[in-house]
Design a protein around this ligand. Structure first.
Ligand code: ADP
Ligand code: MG
Length: 929
C-alpha cells in the first residue's frame, strides 16, 4: 500500500482561467477503462489488504470472567480453541492490531491511548495511519478505494469505521485529512467532494440523507453500460469541510435509528455504506480525476452463519442476509480465481451489496478489509470464522486504474448525441404518424441529455450553498435540542447497536402528554414500534415530578418489571414500551449527577429483564470463574433471544396467528446413557393456542423464521395503511406452506427416563417405576418398565441362574426382554386430550430404534410392549456397558395430524423369532479370549 505523511501532487500546474465544473458522476463506476474513456491504465494487480483488530472485553465478557484466547505477534494472529489446549490456529495478515489491553482512557479527552508511549495498544490514530492515509493517498492520485469492516456484531466494526465521539474512527479522520490536503493544494487543483450515505437492509436501499419520504421498496439499483451499477436518485451532498460531513453522518445515523425502530429492524442486519466522491480538476492539463471512496460497515457476520446453518422448509430464497452471503460467495470465487482455480461465474449480480461493491472486489479499486474480533473464549467459533473469511479475502486481486478524463469530453459527447437524435427525429417526422412511440422516446432522451448538460454546467458553488443552508438549519435544530436538554427531563433511546443509542431524545415538558403512535394531537409524544398502541401511556410532568401511567392493554416495563399502575420516574430508570422500544429516563437537570449514562447500555436492559425471569447474570462472584464458558454462552444466547421472542409473540398477536413462542434451555438428548448432563442448547417452543399443536424450533430456525415474520408483518402494516380491508386479510391468511408461523406437526421428544442395566449383569430381573423428565426438569410421566433375563425362547430364568460374578457372562449367550408396561399421569395428554404417545429406545451397539405402537387419548395407557434382545457371545465391552449404563426410554408426543414413529430394525440384527441381536462387532474379540 502506498503511504506518505504529506501530499505531493505530481501534476502541479498553475490555474489558468476558471474551468468548467462538472457535477458528480453517478456512483459506482465498474471500471472507467471501458470503451469511450481514456485512462492512464497501468493494469497493475493489487491484492486486497487485510487487517485484523481485537477489542477490549465488554461488560458481559468481563462479568463472565472470559479468557482471552487471541494472541498477536507482528502481523500474525493466533486463536486458541478454549476446549482443546492442543488446538491453536495462526493466520497472517497485512496488519494486526492489538486493541485489547494496555490502554488508558484519558480523563480529559476521553481518548483510548496506549498506557505508555510506544505501548502495544493500537489506538484509532495508529489504525488510521496505516489504513486511512493509504486510502487517502490513493484517492488523491485518482484511484477508487474501498474500506470495509467485517466481523461479529459488537466486535468493533463501527468503532473502527466511525468511532465513538472523542475516539474518532477512520471515516471522520479520513475526511479531516482530506480537506486539509485539499486546502494545502488549492492553487494547483480544484477539488470537489460529494458525500452520500446509504443503508442496505433486506436487499432494499435506503438513502440515509434523503429528506423526502422513503419510497416503498427502497431506491433502485440500476446498471448502465458506462457507469456500472449505481443507486438511482441517491442524494449526494457537496461538502467543503469535515465538520459538514460529521453533521451529515449524524443526520444519517438519526435516520438509521428511526428506521430501525419503525421497521422493527435490527441494525446488525444492515450494511451501511458511505461514499465520498472526490473530483479534482487539474487546470493546466484540462484533466479531471475522479475517485470514489467506499466506506462500508458490514452487517454482523453471525447473520450469515445462522442463515446457512440449518435446513428449513421455508429457507429457499430467504437468506437472512442475502447481501452478506453473496459477498462471501464472491470473495470465495475471487480467492479461488487468484490461486489459479477455474471459476466460471462470480455472482456479483446476486445481491445489492455486491453489485455496488463490484469494482471494489476484483475490479478497479484499491481495497482494504478490517476484520474485527472479540478476544473472549465464548466467541471462539465466531472469531475463527471471521479469521477464515479474512484469510480468503486477502487473496483477491484488483486491477486499479487512475480515473482521469478530459473535462469537456462528456459535454461534447452528450451534445453530439443530441444532434444525432434530433436528426433522427426530423426523419421520423417525415415518415408520418406510424412511429409516434419512437418519437416520444427520442424526445425523452433529448430532454434527458439536455438536462444532463445543464447539470454539468451548474456551478458547484450553487450546490454547496444549498448544502450549507441545510446545515445551518440542522445546526439551529441541534442548538435548540441542547437548550431543551438543559431545561426538561427526557427519554433517550437505547439501541442494541451502541452506535445508534442516545440518538433520539423525547422531551417531557410541563403538563400532560400522551405517548404512543398517536400523531396529530398537539399534546402527544409520537413513537412507533412493535406493540406500541395508539395511546400507549400518559406522561405527566408536574411539580418537578414525572409520573408515567400505562394505558389499558399496553405493555410498559420499568427497570425490568412490568407495571400496570402509575409510577414516578426516577433519573436513569430503564423504560421499555411495547415489546422492544427501550429508553433511559433522564431526570430534571438538578437530579443529574456526573451525567454518565453509558453503563446503561442495551445489555444492561437485557440482564435486568433476565433477572426478572429468575436468570442471574453478571454477578462477578467467585464461582463464576469455574463456570464452563459454553454454558455461559448459552445463557447469553438466552438473554439475547428474549426480546426477539417477545417481538415474535407481538407479531403473532397482531396478525392473529394464534401461536405462542417460548424459550427453553434444552439439554441435548437430555442426558446420555451414563446419566451425564450433555451440552445445552436454546430452543423455542411454539404452541398453537387453538389446536394445542406444538413445535420445537432450534435457535437458527427461529431466527430465520422471525425474519420472515417481520417481512409479513411489514406487508401487513403497508396493507393497513392502504386501507384496503380485503387485502388486509391476505397476509394473515397466507397458505400454510408459505406461512412462517406454521409447520407440519411432527412427533416431539417430551422427555426421557433411565432404566439402569446393572442387575442384568447378574441376571437379576428389574421392575421399575421411572420418572420421565422433560428437558427443563419437569415430570412428564411415570413409566413402568421391566428387564427380564430370559432363555432363547423368552421364558424367564429361574432364581438359581443368578450370577455372583458378572464376568461369568463373558463369551456366553445372554437374552433379555425389555417390557414397557404402562405410563401413568401423562402430562402431554392431560394438557390436551387429542394427543398420543409412543416410547422409543435402543440398546448398546444396535442402531435399530424400537418404538411401541402409538397410544392415543389415554393419560395412563397400558402399553405392555415387549422386545427381546440377545448377545450371542457377551463381550467385555457389553459387560462394561451393562454395569455402568442405562437404557434411555424416550417419551414421544404425538399430535393430531402427525404420523407415528416406526421401528427401524437393521436386517442383520433381526432374527426370525423377532429377537434383536446386539453386541455383534465384538464376536471376534470374545472368541479369541
Ligand atoms: P459493531 O459495530 O461491530 O457491532 P461496535 O463498534 O459498536 O461493534 O463495538 C461494540 C462496543 O465495543 C462499543 O461499545 C465500542 O465502544 C467497543 N469497542 C469496540 N472496539 C473497541 C476498541 N478497539 N477499543 C475500545 N472499545 C472498543
Ligand atoms: Mg456497528
Amino acid at each position: 500500500m502506498l503511504r506518505s505523511s504529506s501530499f505531493h501532487f505530481s501534476e502541479v500546474a498553475a490555474s489558468a482561467g476558471k474551468p468548467r465544473l462538472p457535477s458528480p458522476q453517478p456512483l459506482h463506476r465498474v471500471s472507467i477503462s471501458q470503451p469511450g474513456t481514456t485512462t492512464s491504465d497501468m493494469h497493475s494487480r493489487d491484492c486486497v489488504k487485510v487487517a485484523v483488530r481485537v477489542r477490549p472485553f465488554n461488560k458481559m465478557e468481563r462479568d463472565a470472567s472470559s479468557r482471552c484466547i487471541v494472541a498477536m505477534a507482528a502481523n500474525s494472529i493466533s486463536i486458541q480453541d478454549p476446549r482443546d489446549a492442543q488446538c491453536r490456529r495462526s493466520f497472517c495478515f497485512d496488519y494486526a492490531y492489538w486493541s485489547h489491553s494496555g490502554y488508558v482512557i484519558d480523563d480529559l479527552t476521553g481518548l483510548y491511548l496506549p498506557e505508555e508511549a510506544g505501548g502495544r495498544y493500537a489506538d484509532q490514530e495508529c489504525v488510521f495511519q496505516d489504513l486511512g492515509e493509504g486510502i487517502l493517498e490513493n484517492a488523491l492520485q485518482g484511484y477508487n478505494a474501498t474500506l470495509m469492516a467485517y466481523g461479529q456484531t459488537g466486535s468493533g466494526k463501527s468503532f473502527s469505521m466511525v468511532g465513538y465521539k472523542p475516539n474518532k474512527g477512520l471515516v471522520p479522520k479520513l475526511c479531516e485529512r482530506l480537506f486539509e490536503a485539499i486546502k494545502e493544494n488549492q492553487d494547483t487543483r480544484q477539488c470537489q467532494v460529494f458525500f452520500s450515505m446509504l443503508e442496505i437492509y433486506n436487499e432494499q436501499v435506503v438513502d440515509l440523507l434523503s429528506r423526502g419520504s422513503r419510497p416503498p421498496g427502497g431506491l433502485r439499483v440500476r446498471e448502465e453500460q458506462h457507469r456500472g451499477f449505481y443507486v438511482e436518485g441517491l442524494r449526494t451532498v457537496p461538502c467543503d469541510s469535515a465538520a459538514l460531513i460529521e453533521q451529515l453522518m449524524e443526520q444519517g445515523t438519526r435516520t438509521r435509528t428511526t428506521a430501525a425502530t419503525l421497521m422493527n429492524a435490527n441494525s446488525s442486519r444492515s450494511h451501511m455504506l458511505i461514499v465520498l466522491q472526490l473530483q479534482q480538476i487539474l487546470s493546466k492539463e484540462s484533466v479531471t480525476k475522479q475517485s470514489n471512496i467506499n466506506l462500508v460497515d458490514l452487517a454482523g457476520s453471525e447473520r450469515q452463519r445462522s442463515a446457512s446453518s440449518e435446513a428449513d422448509r421455508l429457507r429457499e430464497g430467504t437468506a437472512i442476509n442475502l447481501s452478506l452471503t453473496t459477498l462471501g460467495n464472491v470473495i470465495s470465487a475471487l480467492a479461488d480465481m487468484a490461486v489459479g482455480k477455474k471459476v466460471v461465474h462470480v455472482p456479483y449480480r446476486d445481491s445489492v451489496l455486491t453489485k455496488l461493491l463490484q469494482s471494489a472486489l476484483g475490479g478497479n479499486s484499491r481495497t482494504v478489509m478490517i476484520a474485527t474480533l472479540s478476544p473472549a473464549d465464548i466467541c471462539y467459533e465466531e472469531s475463527l470464522s471471521t479469521l477464515r473469511y479474512a484469510e480468503r479475502a486477502k487473496h483477491i486481486q484488483n486491477r486499479p486504474v487512475v480515473n482521469e478524463s478530459p473535462t469537456e469530453r462528456l459535454v461534447k459527447e452528450l451534445k453530439a448525441e443530441n444532434a444525432r437524435l434530433m436528426q433522427r427525429l426530423s426523419r421520423l417526422g417525415q415518415d408520418g404518424r406510424s412511429a409516434t412511440d419512437e418519437t416520444k422516446e427520442i424526445r425523452q432522451l433529448v430532454t434527458h441529455n439536455e438536462l444532463q448538460i445543464r447539470t454539468i454546467h451548474t456551478l458547484w458553488e450553487q450546490h454547496l450553498q444549498e448544502a450549507l443552508q441545510d446545515w445551518e438549519q440542522q445546526y439551529a435544530n441541534i442548538t435548540q435540542e441542547r437548550r431543551m436538554m438543559q431545561m426538561h427531563p427526557y427519554i433517550l433511546n437505547i439501541n442494541e447497536d451502541a452506535q445508534l443509542s442516545g440518538v433520539v431524545k423525547l422531551f417531557i415538558q410541563e403538563g400532560e402528554w400522551d405517548i404512543g403512535i398517536n400523531e396529530g394531537t398537539s399534546r402527544s409524544i409520537c413513537i412507533k414500534g412493535l406493540g406500541i398502541q395508539q395511546r400507549h401511556a400518559v406522561l405527566r410532568n408536574e411539580h418537578r415530578r414525572v409520573m408515567l401511567t400505562p394505558l389499558k392493554g399496553s405493555k410498559v416495563t420499568i427497570n425490568g418489571r412490568g407495571i400496570s399502575q402509575t409510577i414516578e420516574l426516577q433519573h436513569l430508570d430503564r423504560v421499555i414500551l411495547g415489546s422492544n422500544c427501550t429508553y433511559l429516563y433522564i431526570g430534571f437537570p438538578s437530579e443529574r449527577g456526573a451525567n454518565d449514562w453509558s453503563r446503561y447500555d442495551y445489555d444492561y436492559f437485557l440482564s435486568e429483564l433476565a433477572e426478572a425471569e429468575g436468570i442471574h447474570l453478571g454477578e462477578s462472584s467467585n464461582d463464576s470463574c469455574q463456570t464452563d464458558p459454553r454454558l455461559l454462552a448459552v445463557f447469553y444466547d438466552y438473554v439475547k433471544m428474549m426480546p426477539l421472542v417477545a417481538e415474535a409473540n407481538q407479531m403473532s398477536q397482531e396478525l392473529n396467528k394464534g401461536v405462542e413462542f417460548k424459550l427453553e434451555i434444552k439439554n441435548l438428548v437430555l442426558s446420555d446413557s451414563k446419566g451425564h448432563d450433555l451440552e445445552k442448547e436454546i430452543v423455542c417452543r411454539v404452541t398453537s393456542t387453538h389446536s394445542k399443536q406444538v413445535w420445537v424450533w432450534s435457535k437458527a430456525k427461529f431466527v430465520n423464521r422471525k425474519f420472515l415474520m417481520e417481512e409479513i408483518y411489514q406487508k401487513h402494516l403497508d396493507e393497513m395503511k392502504g386501507q384496503n380491508s380485503e387485502e388486509g386479510l391476505s397476509t394473515a391468511a397466507l397458505p400454510r406452506e408459505k406461512d412462517p408461523f406454521w409447520d407440519p406437526v411432527e412427533p416431539l421428544l417430551l422427555g426421557t427416563a433411565h432404566l439402569w442395566l446393572q442387575s442384568i449383569a447378574f441376571r437379576i430381573p428389574v421392575d421399575e417405576q421411572l420418572e420421565v423428565l422433560g428437558s427443563e426438569g419437569s415430570e412428564e410421566s411415570i413409566l413402568q418398565a421391566k428387564l427380564i433375563p430370559c432363555t432363547h425362547d423368552g421364558s424367564p430364568l429361574a432364581e438359581d441362574d443368578i450370577l455372583i460374578d458378572p464376568s461369568e457372562l463373558l463369551g456366553r449367550r445372554l437374552d433379555v426382554r425389555l417390557v414397557v408396561e404402562q405410563c401413568f399421569g401423562l402430562r402431554w395428554i392431560r394438557e390436551s386430550r387429542d394427543r398420543g404417545v409412543q416410547i422409543g429406545f435402543h440398546l448398546f451397539d444396535s442402531s435399530s430404534h424400537v418404538y411401541t405402537p402409538a397410544s392415543w387419548r389415554n393419560i395412563n395407557p397400558v402399553l405392555r410392549h415387549t422386545e427381546h434382545f440377545a448377545s450371542l457371545s457377551v463381550s467385555r465391552r457389553l459387560l462394561n456397558y451393562l454395569q455402568t449404563s442405562a437404557v434411555l426410554l424416550e417419551l414421544w408426543g404425538l399430535q393430531e395430524g402427525c404420523v407415528s414413529l416406526v421401528s427401524t430394525v437393521e436386517s442383520a440384527r433381526g432374527n426370525a423369532n423377532g429377537v434383536i441381536i446386539i453386541d455383534l462387532n465384538d464376536v471376534v474379540e470374545t472368541m479369541s479370549l
